[in-house]
Design a binder for this molecule. Structure first.
Ligand code: GLC
Length: 425
């Protein structure tokens, strides 16, 4: 015990010296930054500050907007053992798919992981290795137009049915008043990972489970899940435009932020931009937990979020780890929360007055974040992306009216069994 402790201290000291000497010879560290909303600019601001502080240089590498496309790109880069990229931004659902391509950050973290939500640290631990540090967390939220609810004397909706009825009222009123483009509700309806998030919320809000349960059993073929999808399909062409079937996060935000929708399902990042310069609806936005599936249903939100990991093929792992530790530090998470409404992964920051002033919803909806429902990525491991692809395609078929929900879910159950074969691992 004593021996291993001193060995660890020695290893840490070596790592620190190594980091210093690397900084001394000023290396270039490349980082993949996202492209949704403020992702790129906020990532660059943080990375540039680290470069200035350490004397290193950072190179920002742009990635696609859709997480589905990013995963495909990463699989190519990592599959080729490319040394071109050092730091990767990783979706919360990927540790079981590409986690083995990242170094263990524990020797560099100086115990920082104890200050982050334990569930995210557990999610990011693969075979005992901390393959990524949590950077920001996400949960689906319902954004609404406070001013329009007041205008039509409506309350923030408690159930999806109430949301649909209010959306119809506001849409009819605004169109009559001259805005032909006005929509009741916008969300992520395109066939990609974002639709998996939205549909899991509808289903979970009805108590229809999480596609695959904790024990690994496929549970998706059930009447509550079918009821949830049937209700969602009824929105298309009525309170949501047909075009929503091709919307990702930024498409929904574009419509809402230009003043053309009453309700929007999106992630927290939309708050800061919606209240920012150039937004048509600054100061008019309300946020609440997503509605319940009927009176006996529950409020829910899919757990999302991003981590930072260092590639096993990086030539400068110590400098790359130093960048990761800087970007996931308390000061940087606080800055990003205030400037970009990125939810911190550190519980302490949910009590920070500056963070709460900029983002009142982070305090009011804390339980939405701490109880967010996980997609079955841990249960299905390396097969998660196949599971999700089958799920979002099925949901897309139901939304577009190609298949009825009960028939579609029965066939999805069979497809998921074929993907699982004998086991998920
Ligand atoms: C957000 C979430 C991420 C999710 C993605 C889906 O980026 O943080 O977890 O997979 O949206 O579009």
């Amino acid at each position: 015990m004593k021996l291993s402790k001193s060995f660890r201290t020695l290893a840490l000291a070596t790592a620190a010296t190594f980091g210093l000497s690397l900084a001394a010879r000023a290396v270039t560290v490349s980082i993949m930054c996202g492209t949704v909303g403020q992702d790129q600019t906020q990532c660059k601001t943080g990375a540039d500050a680290w470069a200035k502080k350490t004397g290193n240089t950072v190179k920002i590498v742009s990635i696609p907007t859709s997480t589905t496309d990013i995963l495909a790109l990463y699989q190519q880069i990592l599959g080729a053992h490319s040394t071109d990229v050092d730091v990767f931004t990783l979706d919360v659902i990927w540790p079981g798919i590409i986690g083995q391509d990242f170094i263990d950050l524990a020797p560099y973290s100086k115990g920082a992981e104890k200050d982050h939500f334990p569930a995210i640290i557990a999610n990011n631990t693969v075979d005992g290795h901390l393959i990524a540090m949590p950077w920001f967390t996400d949960a689906g939220l319902l954004f609404y137009r406070k001013d329009l609810l007041a205008k039509y004397k409506l309350q923030p909706p408690a159930t999806w049915a109430q949301m649909a009825s209010e959306a119809a009222t506001i849409q009819a009123g605004e169109r009559k008043a001259g805005n032909a483009k006005f929509q009741g509700f916008v969300f992520q309806g395109k066939a990609y990972e974002g639709l998996t998030c939205d549909a899991l919320e509808w289903i979970d809000s009805y108590g229809g489970g999480h596609i695959v349960n904790k024990a690994g059993h496929i549970t998706i073929n059930n009447p509550k899940a079918a009821a949830a999808l049937t209700e969602a399909a009824s929105w298309i062409g009525k309170i949501a435009p047909e075009g929503v079937l091709n919307y990702a996060e930024e498409d929904a935000r574009g419509v809402f932020q230009s003043g053309n929708a009453a309700f929007m399902r999106n992630w927290p990042y939309a708050w800061s931009l919606g209240n920012g310069k150039g937004s048509a609806i600054a100061g008019k936005i309300g946020v609440e937990a997503l509605p319940k599936g009927g009176d006996s249903g529950k409020n829910t939100g899919t757990l999302g979020g991003w981590q930072l990991g260092v590639s096993k093929y990086s030539k400068n792992p110590a400098a790359a780890a130093s960048l990761v530790m800087y970007l996931t530090s308390a000061a940087e998470e606080k800055r990003r929360a205030i400037e970009g409404s990125y939810n911190p992964t550190r519980p302490a920051l949910y009590k920070d007055p500056d963070v709460l002033k900029a983002n009142p919803f982070m305090g009011q909806l804390l339980s939405t974040f701490t109880n967010a429902v996980a997609r079955p990525s841990l249960e299905t491991g390396s097969k998660y992306n196949q599971v999700s692809t089958a799920f979002w395609n099925t949901v897309h078929d139901v939304l577009s009216g190609k298949t009825k929900a009960d028939v579609a879910l029965a066939s999805l159950q069979g497809e998921l069994k074929r993907i699982r074969k004998a086991s998920w691992k």
